[in-house]
Design a protein around this ligand. Sequence first.
Ligand SMILES: [Zn+2]
Length: 402
Amino acid sequence: MSDLYQKIYHRAKELEGETARFLMDMVRVPSFSMTEGDVIQVIKKEMEAQGFDEVKVDGLGNVIGRIGNGPRIIAFDAHIDTVYPGDMSLWNFDPFTPRIEDGQVWGRGTVDQEGGMAAMVTAGKLVKEMGLNKGFTLYFTGTVMEEDCDGLCWKYILNEDKIRPEMVVITEPTNMNIYRGHRGRMEMQVRVKGLSCHGSAPERGDNAIYKISRVALEIEKLHDRLANDPFLGKGSICVSQVFFTGPSQCAVPDSAWINLDRRLTFGETKEIAVAEVKDAAARAGYPDAEVTVLEYAEKAYTGLVYPMEKYYPTWAIPETSPWVVSAVDAYEKTLGRKPFVDKWTFSTNGVSIAGMEGIPCIGLGPGNEVLAHFPNEHCPLEHLSGASAFYAGLVAQLNGKA
Ligand SMILES: [Zn+2]
């Protein structure tokens, strides 16, 4: 380790308590998707207190802090909405009364993923304090609604805020590994029509539930035929919900539909996925079944509705990409060991940044992803300081500091 990178690590370690304090400030303010307004103000104040050059909140409600004004742009992203605690009897403590114990910060959102937000802001402070950046405009984004519609917040940042980074570091939990992709996903619906009649003489009608059931069984078979990718794994599909309409319990139903959860591996696109489902419906005997990609159109806490198709494309960048190479190098220099380079099981804002727009993303975040959406969520303190050091070290590395 060179002197500079060692200093970055030690300073991040010194600030670990402050990073944890900010994380707990966020955890205390519940921030479920579409109700993030209060936590966004907590983050804005923190960025201002830490000397960020500019902090603003955009129309969708994302908070965006800037450091530097160099000609090149990179961004660090943390979504700051969390899921609900779920069954409270599974928790050993109140999810919104965070505490530090056994070297961990405990509370809802510590792993997914306000820990990343906290580490990012400390990294921003380090970058300023140690003069690590000259060449870049650095954005630190605390983004909304990710748990409900991954990528929507960044679709807004790219298209409406007109911020276009060369690369984005996603700070979702990676257990301190470096991640370079994940499977995409989409939500689809298949609808069939029937003909209602009195249930006492079903032969007069056309039972829509029988028809959608045959389609559902073809979807089960389709799953087995889906592609596999050595890095990202297998594409998948499942029937996740079933619905119908009909005049009464004593009647043949006149329409039925199923919702599908589709996970897309490398090379699988929206067009391919829709065609496969149409084909499955045809195999069931219903080529005229209606197949649609669902739309997301919920209201942000700011009141804005910014609709998006529920298609979240797959992305992966090669291990040989200069961004991955730089990240691995910065990791070794600041943390003194080789990182494991892998992928997420879940989906992130990378679906719009890398999947739709082709902007390279790399991932590193504090916490273990298996604890995301899990009771008794907790994040190691040493991950918080390690991530702060890595982010600051990456900025130093990209600025050519030895
Ligand atoms: Zn997350």
